[in-house]
Ligand binder design. Structure first.
Ligand code: HEC
Length: 298
């Protein structure tokens, strides 16, 4: 199929500019959209990295200092109880600290989830289970990405939970768990975690819908600004062409019709000094000559 060719200079000029304007507006809009998203991702990643450094540090603190110390105390019969839950569980400890961190950072959420958890609230959601299974399947230690759950798009950072032998004292079989732990959590199954296998994840999630909406808006605005600039150029060009070319040409066209009909008395009143003006002067000379010839013939 062949497109009809435009019959007016106005369109011959306007169509390519509108086309270039649309393409440029669209590219600038898309570019701005994606760079905004990437920038937001980098910002969130940086913040998560800091938050995770704190989380890992507090975990190490429990593992390396608090838990052994409490173990010593309990072994020496001090305190009269067989287990001090809060201070011995690195997960409990980091969760408490992170609760405070996320209150300061706003939308950050930390979840420490695992299959067969001690605390039922640590059972993975559908989305969390997917991430854990991904870590398992790819044998990776970390995952970062955008995942959709029931509340919308989430930016997720997940670090695999891979138990060592020490973890099994509480996450192994029920018969070997501390009594106080059994009493508190009343697990209905043996967690049965295996040393060296991914069983869960420490996950930080940040809602990403607001970030996406902002990026979309910014892309739209930037694209529209570029398109408007091109639209402005078109309007200016058409107005200028109208004033400088189209109007004088239609005047001349009208004049030529008049001369063809034999009306040769009215002079051509175009006085500009550009190409159109010179054409009009040539027209005027032609009119005067024709008038002279006609006067002679009378
Ligand atoms: C002294 C007992 C104890 C030891 C040892 C222990 N944990 Fe836990 N862990 C707990 C308790 C208690 C909870 C439940 C905390 C809560 O209520 O949120 C827990 C919860 C967890 C959770 C959240 C899922 C769940 O089961 O509720 C993860 C993940 C976890 N621990 C990882 C580990 C890892 C990894 C190790 C070994 C490096 C370890 N834990 C060693 C006591 C222990």
């Amino acid at each position: 199929m062949r497109l009809p060719k435009p019959k007016s200079i106005r369109w011959k000029v306007a169509i390519p500019i509108v086309f270039i304007g649309l393409v440029s507006g669209l590219s600038v809009g898309l570019y701005s959209y994606y760079s905004e998203i990437n920038q937001a991702k980098r910002n969130v990643e940086d913040q998560i990295r800091v938050a995770m450094a704190f989380t890992k540090a507090s975990r190490e603190y429990v593992r390396g200092i608090l838990r052994p110390k409490i173990g010593e105390l309990l072994a020496s019969g001090c305190g009269g109880v067989d287990f001090v839950l809060e201070a011995q569980s690195s997960s409990f400890f980091t969760a408490s600290i992170f609760k405070d961190v996320s209150e300061r950072l706003g939308s950050f959420k930390l979840r420490q989830v695992a299959f067969n958890p001690l605390n039922p609230k640590d059972e993975p959601s559908e989305m969390e289970a997917k991430v854990i299974n991904f870590l398992k399947a790819t044998n990776s230690k970390e995952y970062t990405g955008i995942v959709e759950d029931t509340t919308g798009k989430q930016f997720v950072y997940a670090s695999a939970v891979i138990p060592d032998a020490g973890c099994l004292a509480c996450h192994g079989k029920r018969e070997s768990m501390p009594k106080a732990l059994l009493e508190r959590y009343k697990p209905q199954y043996d967690p049965n975690w295996e040393v060296g296998k991914v069983v869960g994840a420490v996950m930080v999630t940040v809602p990403f819908d607001a970030v996406l909406a902002k990026a979309q808006l910014s892309g739209l605005v930037k694209g529209l600004v570029v398109f408007s600039i091109f639209l402005g150029i078109i309007l200016f060009l058409i107005a200028a062409l109208n004033y400088l070319v189209f109007e004088p040409i239609s005047k001349l066209e009208h004049k030529a019709e008049e001369i063809a009909k034999g009306n040769v008395d009215e002079p051509v009143d175009i006085t500009s000094e550009d190409e159109i003006g010179r054409l009009a002067q040539a027209f005027e000379r032609m009119r005067v000559s024709i008038k002279k010839v006609m006067d002679l013939l009378k």
